[in-house]
Design a protein around this ligand. Structure first.
Ligand SMILES: *Cc1c(COP(=O)(O)O)cnc(C)c1O
Length: 702
């Protein structure tokens, strides 16, 4: 739910929607006018639950793992059902439930009258996810519309079929199993789907959306009043025009951006879950206080009392939870990696702006996005409009797809040909590393695999030699390959020395002359790409469809001394920090650590830190003169670096105590240690440092 904290409009509307649900169950206007009550609770308030479905669809189906959300919903459902168990027992419900009734309660009705929303969320989310993955967007769309249409006939349009014998007996069968059609099977999927589609949908003008909402609502109101006047409604949750209203409403709410500090999602969920208990409590209190007329009989008084009571109960629970909740790993962490997502996104934007027209950014996310966390980075980049990614291997590609990453995902390395099914299932694009590999892949596969052909133009690592034009041309007609692109890799694009520039230009010439020859033969070579970070910075005007940016995307150079022609405002996104475990005072002349390699030359204060070469602080960094920042001051790493610990000489760093933070990469006060500097002291380049940041370091996102 925190996913939505940047969407102020959606977060605020969650609260409004929760109070609309309370209205549905308390009929605030019933004391005044039956028609007004119908319009308020059976038409207007009907946007509330679909809104919750859409919000989940929007944030979950396109983003974090669906499985995790399903698990969370199951836990919430179990807790809510347990909360109302005493009421069910008291009312004698449980004793009377047979098996069919139990199935109906657990899978559809939610065991207590408002809780149907939870099984509906679980079933709807799961079903929509399966439909989207199995059928693709278009056919999944048709499926959810069909389900909704079937649901309508059992809801507001029941009157149309109840006298058609065949249909009504089918529906009576459905009702025996599920009670209503407003559930996870018929009602929910269309809204999850709409939420998911709005993520990738094209932007429209606000006036258009506003007109859509007003017109849609007017038509839906007419529809509802008409169905009611005809006595068609068996239930009144579903209208033909509800999905239209929801689409425009949600699109408008999405426009209001901004940080929301309060956990409004959890608050509205609590209001939702608690309000029936509050209804019971309000009745009890009204009786005791002698306020029955005001708090129960008067529908508006009742509504306000239930809203206030639910809000207060929700707020108290959240407040308590804040106090007792287990702190997430990053708070307790000994050492961690901090990733500034805003910096990452800004780098992506700047690179996109920097690239020439027609050339798209392909974000290279291999090795867990150079230590930044591939899934989180990819989802953020997706959100800023990055639509192409590269990974090193099949498992990395699958991980991204499973997390809901959209767009091209190119596997740069070789994948065993017998894994073709996995490549296809997750719509990955495989690098065909040479002609022989292309043939092997094509003959293993039973179905078309998207590939980009790799061409060797002088790097002599992967790729079919650029001179083998015929062999390359043949790859385009292999039966099970769909060649959607062709690329090469530059060996010295990071160097601006004359000989290296000549070599790079030769590589580029070879690649494009091959592409032209293939085009002359009538072959569509698809997307062409040659540059990695240094290629795009030093040779920005190659005529490419993609630029594969790795290290530059993360805002660092491989080597601090690398000259580049341009550096379009890229900023580092990653910091490496650890919390000091102990500080000890040692007299002069004492040795510290394995091998007694370091001896204090003066009375010293030595801080012991829970980070070591197992976390990516290279063992050789001690001799390289590695430092860390404490209190904004540089402190040398002393003694041999161990797997999980190392020592800093903090004698000159002022007051230092256990728990203070030491920064190995990043900023502390006015001081800054760049990744390039840290890498130099480890005797390597930034790329190696980043890709070897330990797995056990939690990634903390800012
Ligand atoms: C790793 C890699 C990249 C990205 O390299 P950077 O120098 O980090 O930008 C691009 N292309 C291929 C083929 C790679 O293996």
């Amino acid at each position: 739910m925190d996913k939505g904290r940047n969407y102020k409009g959606i977060e605020l509307f969650r609260v409004a929607a929760a109070f609309l649900v309370v209205a549905i169950h308390t009929s605030p206007l019933a004391s005044y006018s039956a028609a007004a009550d119908f319009i308020f609770t059976r038409v207007i308030a009907r946007v509330a639950v679909p809104f919750f479905f859409m919000a989940t669809g929007y944030f979950v189906l396109g983003g974090v793992s669906v499985r995790r959300s399903l698990k969370k919903l199951l836990i919430i459902y179990a807790a809510a059902a347990a909360l109302y168990l005493p009421v069910n027992v008291y009312a004698g419900h449980l004793q009377s439930w047979g098996l069919l009734e139990l199935v109906r309660q657990v899978f559809f009705e939610g065991t207590f009258y408002h809780l149907w929303y939870l099984p509906a969320s679980i079933l709807g989310l799961w079903l929509t996810d399966v439909l989207l993955r199995r059928l693709g967007a278009k056919r999944a769309g048709a499926a959810v519309i069909a389900l909704y249409a079937l649901g309508l006939l059992g809801d507001s349009y029941w009157g149309l079929i109840k006298n058609v014998h065949v249909l009504s007996s089918v529906y009576n069968g459905i009702f025996a199993l599920m009670g209503y059609t407003r559930n996870g099977l018929f009602l929910a999927p269309i809204f999850f789907y709409l939420g998911a589609r709005l993520r990738s949908g094209k932007k429209r003008a606000m006036g258009y959306e506003l007109m859509g909402l007003i017109a849609g609502f007017a038509v839906m109101l007419t529809e509802a009043l008409f169905a009611r006047s005809r006595g068609w409604q068996r239930h009144d949750s579903m209208y033909v025009f509800l999905p239209f209203v929801m689409y425009f409403l949600f699109a408008l709410l999405m426009r209001a951006r901004g940080k929301v500090r309060l956990p409004l999602g959890n608050f509205s969920l609590l209001v939702y879950i608690l309000h029936p208990a509050v209804i019971i409590a309000v009745r009890g209190a009204a009786r005791v206080l002698g306020l029955w007329g005001l708090l129960v009989e008067n529908s508006l008084g009742h509504y306000i009392a239930v809203c206030l009571g639910s809000a207060a109960a929700g707020a108290v629970i959240l407040w308590l939870w804040e106090r007792i909740k287990p702190r997430s790993a990053s708070y307790a962490a000994r050492a961690w990696v901090e990733v500034d997502l805003a910096a990452l996104k800004s780098n992506a934007k700047r690179l996109q702006d920097f690239l020439p027209e027609g050339c798209e950014l392909m974000a290279v996310l291999k090795c867990d996005a150079y230590g930044h966390g591939a899934v989180r980075s990819a989802l953020e980049l997706n959100r800023t409009g990055v639509r192409a990614f590269a990974v090193a291997c099949l498992a990395e590609g699958v991980e991204l797809r499973r997390a809901g990453v959209k767009g091209l995902i190119l596997i740069l390395g070789c994948t065993p040909a017998d894994q073709w099914r996995v490549i296809r299932r997750y719509s990955l694009t495989q690098c065909a590393a040479d002609a022989a590999y292309a043939h092997a892949l094509s003959s293993s596969a039973r179905g078309r695999i998207d590939v980009h052909l790799k061409i060797d133009t002088g790097m002599h690592r992967l790729g079919e030699s650029w001179e083998h034009t015929d062999a390359i041309a043949e790859c385009f007609s292999l039966p099970n390959l769909h060649v959607t692109g062709m690329f090469t890799h530059l060996a010295v694009s990071d160097s601006l020395e004359a000989g290296d520039v000549d070599f790079t230009e030769a590589q580029s010439r070879r690649f494009f002359s091959l592409a032209e020859e293939l085009a002359r033969r009538g072959i569509d070579t698809g997307a062409l790409h040659t540059q990695a970070s240094y290629g795009l910075l030093n040779y920005p005007d190659a005529r490419c469809s993609y630029a594969r940016a790795g290290v530059a995307l993360y805002g660092v150079k491989s080597d601090g001394h690398d000259g580049v022609r341009d550096w379009p405002g890229l900023v580092p996104a990653l910091s490496l920090r650890a919390r000091i475990g102990l500080v000890r005072e040692l007299p002069s002349g004492e040795s510290v650590g394995y091998g007694r390699e370091f001896t204090t030359a003066r009375e010293s204060r030595i801080a012991v830190l829970p980070i070591g070469y197992g976390d990516g602080v290279f063992r050789c960094a001690m001799h390289g003169g590695a430092e860390a920042l404490v209190n904004g001051r540089r402190c040398p790493v002393v003694a041999r670096i161990c797997m999980d610990q190392l020592c800093l000489d903090v004698t000159d760093a002022g007051e230092v105590k256990p728990g203070d933070v030491a920064t190995f990469i990043g900023r502390d006060g006015a001081e800054f240690i760049s990744c390039e500097e840290f890498a130099a002291k480890c005797g390597t380049i930034s790329n190696e440092v980043l890709s070897r940041l330990g797995k056990r370091l939690p990634r903390v996102y800012k």
